[in-house]
Write a protein that binds this ligand. Structure first.
Ligand code: GDP
Length: 203
């Protein structure tokens, strides 16, 4: 597929604010500063669609984007929603905010019938942190399909990539899970992610 169009549709903190049009959804989540906005911009090729943040932890809404995927073989267009979830694990987020965060994110994960899978982003340079592990375990426990994306892959050597991926697997405690290395700077991993989306749209 090629992504031929991407546009912002809505921001929500509760269910009634989700878009009316029901499309398949892929959500993105990760710690603040993990490179989520950069990845969304790289995937959609729309600069500043998801603003690359100078202020970590600031975006506190669920943002819906409508993407148009054109099938390479048939030329057919298929729409889906890309859902940008607020970052977690930011130290300066107050306790009260965190509870609020958990509440509306959980409502989304448990309540969206359109959600196909979640891309959980983890910085390839470090072992997953406590908040990453908690998020991952929560998703697994609640039967939300997860694709782990290891971000900023250009920051380490090629040899180190496999080593770090093994480390992420080990820390998450899962032997058989696909982890996709991604670099928004080099667009590495982009075609692989598009292929996952392609399969999701054809299911
Ligand atoms: P967000 O808070 O998760 O949305 O993270 P951002 O997309 O705002 O990125 C945080 C910082 O990491 C910014 O300074 C980005 O330029 C940088 N960054 C994001 N992705 C990459 C990447 O793939 N490679 C490199 N080298 N830097 C990245």
């Amino acid at each position: 597929i090629n992504i031929i169009r991407a546009r912002y549709v809505a921001s929500a903190v509760k269910k009634s604010q989700y878009p009316e049009e029901k499309l398949k959804e892929i959500a993105f989540i990760g710690r603040s500063n993990v490179g989520k906005s950069s990845l969304i911009n790289s995937l959609t090729r729309v600069h500043n669609l998801a603003r690359v943040s100078g202020q970590p932890g600031k975006t506190q809404t669920i943002n819906f984007f409508e993407l148009t995927a054109r099938m390479i073989e048939t030329g057919e267009d298929k729409l889906f929603h890309l859902v940008d979830l607020p970052g977690y694990g930011y130290a300066k987020t107050a306790q009260a905010n965190r509870k609020q965060w958990a509440k509306f994110i959980e409502e989304y994960f448990l309540g969206s019938k359109q959600l196909q899978f979640v891309c959980q982003l983890i910085d390839i340079r470090h072992a997953p942190m406590k908040s990453d592990i908690e998020m991952f375990n929560w998703l697994v426990k609640n039967n939300v399909p997860v694709l782990i994306i290891a971000t900023k892959a250009d920051k380490i050597s090629r040899g180190a990539v496999n080593k770090q991926i093994a480390q992420i697997r080990k820390t998450l405690g899962v032997k058989e899970i696909d982890i996709l290395p991604y670099s928004s700077v080099k667009n590495a991993g982009r075609s692989e992610l598009l292929e996952v989306i392609n399969q999701m749209l054809n299911d």
